[in-house]
Design a protein around this ligand. Sequence first.
Ligand SMILES: [Fe+2]
Length: 492
Amino acid sequence: MIVERLPPVRTTLRPTNHPYLNGAWTPLLEEVNATDLDVIEGAIPSDIDGIYVRNTENPVHHALGRYHPFDGDGMLHTISFQNGRASYRNRFIRTRGFEAEQEAGQSLWGGLMDGPGVSLRPGFGCHGGMKDAASTDVVVHAGKIVSTFYQCGEAYGLDPETMEQLGVASWGPLDGVSAHTKVDEATGELLFFNYSKYAPYMHYGVVDRSGKLVHYVPIPLPGPRLPHDMAFTTNYSILNDLPLFWDAELLKKGIHASRYHPDMPSRFGVIPRRGATSDVRWFEAAPTYILHFLNAYEEGDEIVMDAYFQENPVPRPLADAPDGFSHMMAFLDEHSFKPRLHRWRFNLKTGETREAHLDERTLEFGMINQRYAGKPYRYGYSTTSKPGWFLFNGFVKHDLQTGESWSITLPEGRYASEAPFAPRIGAKDEDDGYLVSFIIDENKGASECVLIDCKRFEDGPVVRIALPHKISSGTHSVWADRAFIRAGVAPG
Ligand SMILES: [Fe+2]
């Protein structure tokens, strides 16, 4: 392995007992390029050609107020596979906020858990007082990495091969872009939404495969909402109005506290991909909150949508949490809010909704073969998490046709990242490929990348590749085939 280290960033981080600034969440501050990565075990397959990108949160400055892991500075990590060899790069995303704090040599903005007045400058996002760290989500669109922030911000581009910073995407509207933009590899389009505290409270847009904003419409909602993700089929996009949102009275006083309304239904807005505001059809369903959708598709008169239905969207403070962290830790603990893989069927003829759990286990952060996004599909891959912690400790593969499932549980101290599916070159079957995940090994103080053959799911990784440093845990990730990166649309 050949490692080139970049000049260090300015940091004012101090030692702390914060549970999400230690262990597998210890911020990584160095940026490197590493080629010819060493294999720990197995062999790097030569039948994949593409790049895995992961977003993680790594604060470089001591927090002004109370730190939440979603406040951290966005860092992207890539591992590139070609001809049985692998290389790795990682970079902080140079957002306007990151650059301003580098110049100032300190934090300038408070975070998610801070009240008004903590920030030293006007803030970004629908919260209004935060730094846009582009640290939540990542996709590849029009040949570029696109990184976004869950509170709505600017979409930042990086070159997937070189990690050169490409700055703010020109297609982003002034109202911002939420995390979980969706890329339809079949058309090369990017679908997105945003949300805010001001009427109409949501917009929906489409960016074409050349990176041009070609559609942008208001989606009026009854008030400010907190949507996190969306779904799409070949012909429709599905937006949501869920009964967990900022308390309207507290919001008038500048306090951003979320409240669950179990007496209100969940509402899902189905809009043709380039439809008008008046085309949105709303379907009502059981109350819940959803962080992430798995996939959706059309079947006869119905739209079928799979996502993770939270049984307990407002969990009680986490017992046994360190002092002062019980509330924050409960909202980061899947075993507290209990997401269940769930299927909704929206009948476009009758307006009716049918829904049911597909699995009773606590699962989230699902992935599919992206060639089946928006289309009928058979296989989904979810993560499991360590009770009490936002740390992934395994994977479950579902055959949604037969109901069969297979699982992997990592040994204590080894934590995974969200693991997208990398199709084998020339694959015919939907599950002919690998799950790609980074692993943080707390026992060894090191990180590696593993590939899991999805046709032999429980056999263990086909390869373990050493990374040049121990990374931090984080949130989202994406796999992009090199052919898709170059063409901007899936071949064939
Ligand atoms: Fe997310």
